[in-house]
Design a protein around this ligand. Structure first.
Ligand code: SF4
Ligand code: SF4
Ligand code: FES
Length: 277
């Protein structure tokens, strides 16, 4: 079914995390961090040796380097709890939240590379310009609830329908899935494809039990869902463990196929329209 929509894109070259992190000894002594320094015009990696101790995460090390050796090192963060989605970067080539990546997950006998996300233009050092994502969001038809079910303005909905979309609402908009997706990362199809984060957003709206909007045609034509060839790289990097491909993208692709490529379904629709008074 998905082959119908599969574009002629080269197989993914995106970073793929295939194994869970291997535990290493709790950090102690010192370690080298190879941090990308630069801006839109270019940059380079700079090595910083800094003290490490048990419990540290990559963001701690970056802050320590910033405090002690590189006061002008730019890094974006807010919560240090894996909930604001600000500290996204690539650690040893893997899209990660720096605040949730423990040094004990990394081999510290070699330099730890820390660089900005590659799918978005760098602003300075580890900070990227992710504003494209917010522009994409404005192109998606908004939540349009049906009229209330009761005179007091309330609705009646089944718990199972609520549960279905709840997973999608865990998204913290870290954009790590956008970063790893080869359609954006390698093919730079930002104008044609909204990316996995916003396919999750569309799924949350389309499967919402109160929503009356129809985004299926836009999914095919404006949002480029056909570019996704279900590599599942996005699902693997999501820090909220949202099952992006299986629970959001594949059901959306099925809706597109039902509407545009299923001749039997089309016939049934024609007949059901004729039978209506
Ligand atoms: S499965 Fe995810 S990462 Fe792979 S092409 Fe589709 S949206 Fe991109
Ligand atoms: S779906 Fe997951 S990886 Fe993508 S932006 Fe949301 S939380 Fe981040
Ligand atoms: S600082 Fe908020 S997610 Fe890392």
């Amino acid at each position: 079914m998905t082959d119908t929509l599969k574009p002629d894109l080269a197989e993914t070259g995106a970073v793929e995390e295939t194994e869970p992190p291997r535990p290493h000894a709790e950090p102690q002594g010192s370690a080298t961090f190879r941090v990308w320094r630069g801006d839109r015009s270019g940059g380079r990696f700079v090595d910083y040796r800094t003290a490490v101790s048990p419990g540290m995460v990559v963001l701690d090390a970056v802050h320590q380097i910033q405090a002690e050796q590189a006061n002008d090192l730019a890094v974006r963060w807010n919560c240090k709890a894996g909930k604001c989605g600000s500290c996204s970067a690539e650690v040893n080539g893997q899209p990660k939240l720096m605040c949730m990546t423990r040094l004990s997950e990394l081999p510290l006998d070699q330099p730890v590379t820390v660089e900005p996300m590659r799918s978005f233009p760098p602003i300075k050092d580890l900070v990227t310009d992710v504003s494209w994502n917010f522009r994409v969001k404005t192109r998606i038809a908004p939540f349009t609830p049906r009229p209330p079910d009761a005179p007091d303005g309330t609705w009646r909905i089944a718990q199972s329908d609520v549960d279905r979309v709840q997973e999608f609402r865990k998204c913290i908009e870290c954009f790590l899935c956008q970063d790893v997706c080869h359609v954006l990362r390698d093919h730079h199809l930002h104008e044609e494809f909204i990316g996995p984060r916003f396919l999750v957003y569309v799924a949350a709206l389309e499967m919402h039990p109160l929503d009356t909007g129809d985004r299926v045609e836009a999914l095919r034509r404006a949002h480029g869902i056909g570019y996704c060839n279900i590599t599942k790289c996005c699902t693997k990097v999501c820090p909220e463990h949202i099952t992006i491909t299986d629970n959001a993208i594949i059901p959306l692709k099925e809706r597109v196929v039902d509407q545009f490529f299923d001749p039997l379904g089309k016939l049934l629709k024609v007949f059901s329209r004729r039978e209506q008074p």
